[in-house]
Design a protein around this ligand. Structure first.
Ligand SMILES: *Cc1c(COP(=O)(O)O)cnc(C)c1O
Length: 452
């Protein structure tokens, strides 16, 4: 535990900034949050491609894929123009088609679930575990039917899902497992890299994520058929004589799925440089984030969202870090009021996370493809829709998590100021109870990333 001046100063003597006191965070952040870190090396790599007019080629992308597969530890890596497309390719790769069902956590970004619709299949949502915030292995099995094709696993906010138990279920029922690694590129689960557990993994490399190529995505797998199906789906330029899957060869040279999904080579060029430094930068992020949470150990009402220290698992690049909120320990203080008070201290803090997808009209009433029925049930023999109240953890999680700063650098003195902001608010919660307006009915967001 730190005994620095900044940490002590915030602990008890001061009035909350929201009630007129001084802010806990006084120092300018400098490069504490700067991301991605872009240097001359990326600029030169991009200019090389740009000047020779190589934007639509695949030579740089294939080099990136080769390096990526080596880093990932998979036989294949296939570049996409974004993570959504990579997930689409992974679903097609697994053979997801008309009438199939894919089990997916309700708390995730749209792209883990929505591409399923365009393959004629539908989504069945599972609840999340309130501690890991990933799909709850206890809530999968009873949702499996003879139409279930795959389980979509999301390592949410950098936290690895419980792969041992998920894989055991998948094996028992002969289901494919797709890992969405968009929040946890390069992370470990029990010493092994995320993205190597399922039949296939896909991930975003867009510029808000921890591993950045700009706008890009990557599919990784050891399965030749999945890889070649993903190529057939939207990569006509490499759908050639190298394809070994016999039934695909007749369609050689065309994007069988009707999609064109190759990575922009300016992004591939950026990605190659970013990947070189990624593990080292993630290590610094984890050092900074763990330091922050260590400072807050034992503070009432808040808990870290992180893995146990000697589990062999880690939080990857700790994308969009959050903490757990325990209002019972703070006299029932609303998370809305709590976060407002933290922000007044000069520290970003937003209540909630992604809103539960199963409650959105897109998954209940929207007829996306003009079939005269909600798309969710248009091609299935049963109504798989899940009413409000059916996934209680997902529906209530917005009141129990809040965002914390995503430190990219290990700068202890600065980090102590941000930790002090949380400690100060949690310690002085009583003074916030009086004018607590309570929470709005829904807390969270349909979109994380702020475009700029
Ligand atoms: C960002 C994200 C995606 C989509 O990736 P894009 O590159 O934005 O298309 C998919 N799944 C999750 C969980 C994400 O956060």
């Amino acid at each position: 535990m730190s005994t620095s001046v900044a940490a002590k100063k915030g602990s008890s003597v001061e009035q909350l900034a929201l009630l007129g006191g001084p802010k806990a965070v006084q120092s300018p952040p400098g490069d504490l949050f700067t991301w991605p870190i872009i240097t001359k090396e990326e600029e030169e790599a991009v200019l090389e491609v740009l000047r020779r007019g190589g934007m639509s080629g695949i030579d740089v992308t294939m080099q990136f894929e080769k390096e990526f597969a080596a880093w990932q530890g998979t036989k294949y890596a296939l570049g996409f123009n974004n993570g959504t497309a990579a997930l689409h390719g992974a679903l097609f790769g697994c053979g997801v088609g008309t009438g199939d069902e894919v089990i997916c956590p309700s708390i995730t970004y749209w792209a883990s679930a929505l591409p399923v619709f365009s393959l004629g299949a539908t989504v069945v949502f599972a609840d999340i575990d309130p501690v890991t915030l990933c799909i709850d292995p206890n809530d999968i099995e009873h949702r499996i039917t003879d139409r279930t094709k795959a389980i979509m696993v999301v390592h949410y906010l950098g936290h690895p899902a419980d792969m041992d138990r998920i894989l055991a279920i998948a094996r028992r029922y002969g289901l494919k497992v797709i890992e969405d690694v968009s929040h946890a590129q390069g992370g470990l689960y029990k010493g092994r890299k995320l993205g190597t557990f399922g039949d296939v993994a896909a991930m975003s490399l867009m510029s808000g994520k921890s591993l950045v190529a700009g706008e890009a995505g990557m599919l990784v797998t050891n399965d030749t058929e999945i890889y070649e199906r993903a190529i057939a789906f939207g990569h006509y330029e490499r759908f050639d004589d190298h394809i070994t899957t016999e039934y695909l060869r007749q369609f050689q040279g065309l994007p069988l799925g009707g999609y064109k999904y190759r990575m922009h080579q300016l992004s591939a060029a950026v990605g190659r440089v970013q990947l070189k430094y990624y593990d080292q930068r993630c290590e610094e992020i984890r050092q900074a984030m763990n330091y922050f949470w260590d400072l807050l150990e034992g503070v009432p009402g808040i808990r870290a969202h992180r893995v146990a220290k000697d589990s062999g698992s880690n939080m990857a690049g700790w994308y969009a870090p959050h903490g757990h909120y325990v209002p019972e320990e703070l006299g029932g203080l609303s998370i809305t009021r709590f976060a407002e008070a933290v922000r007044a201290e000069g520290c970003q803090c937003v209540p909630g996370c992604n809103l539960p997808l199963h409650t959105h009209p897109v998954f209940n009433t929207a007829d996306v493809y003009n079939e005269g029925k909600p798309t969710r049930i248009a091609r299935s023999t049963r109504d798989v829709r899940q009413p409000a109240g059916s996934l209680p953890i997902s529906e209530g999680i917005g009141r129990r998590v809040f965002s914390v700063p995503w430190f990219k650098r290990f700068r202890p003195a600065l980090i102590e100021e941000y930790a002090a902001a949380f400690r100060k608010v949690a310690t002085h919660y009583r003074s916030l109870l009086k004018d607590d307006p309570g929470d709005p009915p829904q807390i969270g967001t349909w979109h994380f990333f702020t475009h700029r």
